[in-house]
Design a protein around this ligand. Structure first.
Ligand code: ADE
Ligand code: ZN
Length: 348
């Protein structure tokens, strides 16, 4: 019989996470404390009620409220460290995590302040916790191409071991993704890795633009990929990874009714290098361990399947080759140790 894993086993399974936003990972209690400190009025009295949304636009409105509470480098240090602490508790051993300075730049907080704090939180977490992280600077699509170019230049000037790449988030509707070609070209010239939120609430054509015109090496979400068979074949052939966030597509994007109806299983059957991620675990109150449980249940995936999904995260990551190889060895050893502990046969 093919073994299935318990929820506790899946929580402890070593994982990689490649699609997780530091602001969206923030704890409601921390945002409430920072709001009080900075005299920001929140629209709710109970911080638990802060994270209540049912569409991407509503979600982004609450994202704005969170970001209005982030004023100092120390605020960013704190949310970065806490996000990594929470990730480690969900079994994440390696994470490439987004931060989105566009939301606070428009409130007068310089990107250098944001990065000072994020960098400090990242280094502290590397020292204290069993999770190794790098950051990806996401520019805000609606703020436009000049902001994108400014963010590419800023990211390009930082330590590549800490800030590994550039991405872009927020809505797709009414956005011309081609307008970011120059910013992505500059990012590539500066040696940054490139990704973008595409095909989440927008069409597969946005994925095609990302792959063919923006030089993106990874696609965040890619929910609509299978709408375009030729593009799907190319993404499979080139093994361009998708950072899939199934529950986010249900509760934030509102583009699919439930995880069981998500195209993740079909993408994997076809040979897409699809990874599983949480997106905004704080705001969703649903971390990557919960996501692994949801995916295993929805698709009746065995423990072998879930271990394979975990290893796909290593493959899709931007860690150096020697680090990837060390992660693979470590993960396989941990898979075996967990199987032994839970009385399951060794991996097939
Ligand atoms: N920012 C944080 N999460 C996001 C998502 N799912 N889509 C677009 N922008 C985001
Ligand atoms: Zn996202």
């Amino acid at each position: 019989m093919v073994p299935h894993a318990s929820d506790q086993h899946l929580r402890r399974l070593p994982k990689v996470e490649l699609h997780c936003h530091v602001e969206g990972a923030s704890r409601a209690t921390t945002i409430k404390a920072l709001a009080d400190r900075h005299g920001v009025a929140l629209p709710v009295s109970d911080p638990a009620d802060l994270y209540d949304f049912s569409s991407l636009n509503q979600f982004l409105g609450i994202y704005d409220i969170i970001c209005a509470c982030l004023r100092t480098a120390d605020d960013f240090r704190r949310i970065t460290y806490e996000a990594l602490e929470d990730g480690a508790n969900a079994g994440v051993r390696y994470r490439e995590m987004f931060f989105s300075p566009g939301f606070v730049i428009r409130l007068g907080v310089p990107v250098a302040t944001v990065w000072e704090g994020v960098r400090a939180g990242l280094l502290e977490a590397r020292h204290d916790l069993d999770i190794h992280a790098r950051m990806i600077l996401d520019f805000d699509k609606p703020t436009g191409p000049a902001h994108a170019m400014e963010m590419a230049a800023f990211a390009g000037a930082q330590d590549r071991d800490l800030l590994v790449g550039i991405g872009a988030d927020s809505v797709e509707r009414d956005i011309d993704h081609r307008s970011f070609a120059a910013a992505f070209a500059e990012a590539g010239r500066l040696g940054l890795r490139r990704t973008i939120h595409a095909g989440e609430d927008g069409p597969a054509d946005n994925i095609a633009v990302a792959v063919h015109e923006l030089g993106c090496e990874r696609i965040d979400h890619g929910f609509r990929l299978l709408d375009d068979p030729d593009l799907t074949a190319e993404v499979i052939d080139r093994q361009i990874p998708l950072t899939v966030c199934p529950t986010s597509n249900v509760v934030i994007g509102n583009v699919v009714a439930d995880v069981a109806s998500h195209p993740l299983a079909r993408q994997r059957e076809l040979g897409v290098l699809a990874t599983v991620n949480s997106d905004d675990p704080g705001m969703m109150r649903f971390d990557i361990a919960d996501e692994y449980v949801a995916v295993a249940q929805a698709f009746d995936y065995s423990l072998d399947d879930m271990e394979t999904i975990s290893l796909a995260g290593i493959e899709a990551s931007w860690a150096p080759d020697d680090e990837k190889s060390a992660l693979r060895h470590r993960f396989v050893a941990e898979f075996d140790a967990l199987r032994q502990e839970y009385g399951l046969p060794t991996r097939g």
